[in-house]
Write a protein that binds this ligand. Structure first.
Ligand SMILES: *Cc1c(COP(=O)(O)O)cnc(C)c1O
Length: 405
């Protein structure tokens, strides 16, 4: 088998469009004549000689030594993701949270100060607000829409800033270029969770962000079947993060890496439809009498629409909206939907919908929901690739049913 070193594995000189990269960005890593990548379903890999074995064992990020260290299928996915995000390299993990927690834990130590957003994916908030303080890391939580507050939170010992945009529950945005411009001169590492946008809609590294993290469970996999995560960054950061990864062990199975690779081949096609469907549906929802408010960065009514136009090319699958009439009316609306599936997650081919307050009612008090910004009448929808008229008909009849409530 051809041994590919991490540097040649991760960056090609060819500058393709994203649509081509997802199909051919891993071509240099082909190991036989099959058109489709083989699943290299092996936990361990043999060397031809003891000297080769020693090379493999001591190389950082070996492609074929032991699967916790790396796997040839992982390398193919990583090559594509690095190209899409415009970073030197990428690292694949078993979930988005695996990628985020491994990255953060590899970069901070006792005594460091870090900044995170008031709103994040819930488990990311837990990492910053509950886990890091237990290990002597000081955390400042800042309203991500307030750049002055961000600047004021920076201290001499600030080590990193964690960003995420767009973010639940109202799809507010973070000005990535502005935060990167504050952080770079002070050597503060910036991390952006780009899951909600995807690199086809937004490229944080091009805006000055150091490390881009993803839940590959969402758009990249695209079919609601696997969980996976990725970190896109420089080779130097990747080596640091990889060392922590070997210790923490958030390892994606070769089968799931292969499914992810297959999902990536159609990412631009799926996203083109998703962007168009979601934008059309958000505009349509805004004109329905039973809808109180629609939150979508692509709408002129979004409070940061100008920023959305500046840093995003498309606006993604997720629309948040509120129903006139409170919790019960919202429950009834969601219950009468026939096409949209009641499930969490986003970015897959099927449209998913969640009544957010009902989902958290068992684990959060009303006060906790209030502080997390979750209103009783909020609905979060991830728009899929169904025909737009069928989606409108489904939402329309559920809204019409409320008239007779
Ligand atoms: C889903 C998600 C995560 C976590 O990813 P998993 O793959 O579920 O671990 C992190 N950030 C965002 C923005 C997400 O949507």
């Amino acid at each position: 088998m051809k041994v590919v070193t991490p540097s040649s594995a991760n960056h090609t000189d060819t500058q393709w469009h994203d649509e081509t990269t997802v199909l051919h960005g891993d071509a240099a890593l082909a190991c036989d004549s099959s058109v489709v990548a083989p699943i290299q379903y092996s936990a361990t890999f043999r060397a031809d000689t003891p000297a080769d074995f020693a090379d493999m064992a001591n190389m950082p990020r070996p492609p074929a030594f032991y699967t916790r260290y790396g796997n040839p299928v992982h390398k193919r996915v990583e090559a594509i993701l690095a190209e899409l995000e415009g970073t030197e390299t990428a690292l694949l993990m078993a979930s988005g949270m695996g990628a985020i927690s491994t990255t953060v834990l590899s970069l901070v130590s006792r005594g460091d100060h870090v900044i995170a957003q008031k709103r994040h994916y819930m488990s990311t908030s837990k990492l910053f607000e509950e886990v890091l303080p237990r290990f002597g890391v000081e955390v400042s939580i800042v309203d991500q829409t307030d750049l002055a507050a961000m600047a004021a939170a920076i201290r001499p010992e600030t080590r990193l800033i964690m960003l995420e945009t767009p973010v639940n529950p109202t799809l507010s945005l973070t000005d990535l270029a502005a935060v990167a411009a504050m952080a770079r001169p002070r050597n503060i590492i910036t991390i952006a969770d780009n899951t909600f946008a995807s690199p086809l809609n937004q490229k944080p590294h091009a805006l000055g962000i150091d490390i881009v993290v993803h839940s590959a469970t969402k758009y990249f996999g695209g079919h609601h079947d696997i969980t996976a995560g990725a970190v896109c960054c420089s080779a130097a950061h990747a080596e640091l993060i990889w060392k922590m990864h070997v210790t923490l062990g958030s390892v994606l199975s070769p089968m799931d890496a292969w499914l992810l690779l297959r999902g990536l081949r159609t990412l631009p096609l799926r996203l083109e439809r998703i962007n168009a469907n979601a934008l059309a549906l958000a505009g349509w929802l805004e004109n329905q009498p039973r809808i109180e408010r629609v939150f979508y960065p692509g709408l002129a009514s979004h409070p940061q629409h100008d920023l959305a136009l500046r840093q995003m090319k498309g606006f993604g699958a997720v629309i948040a909206f509120s129903i006139k009439g409170g919790f019960d009316m919202t429950s009834q609306f969601v219950a009468s939907l026939k096409l949209a599936t009641h499930a969490v997650s986003l970015g897959g081919v099927e449209t998913l919908i969640v009544h957010t307050a009902a989902m958290w009612a068992g684990t959060m008090t009303e006060a906790q929901m209030q502080s997390a910004g979750i209103e009783a009448n909020f609905v979060r929808m991830s728009v899929g690739v169904e025909h737009i008229e069928d989606l409108k008909a489904d939402l329309g009849s559920a809204l019409a049913a409320l008239e007779h409530a």
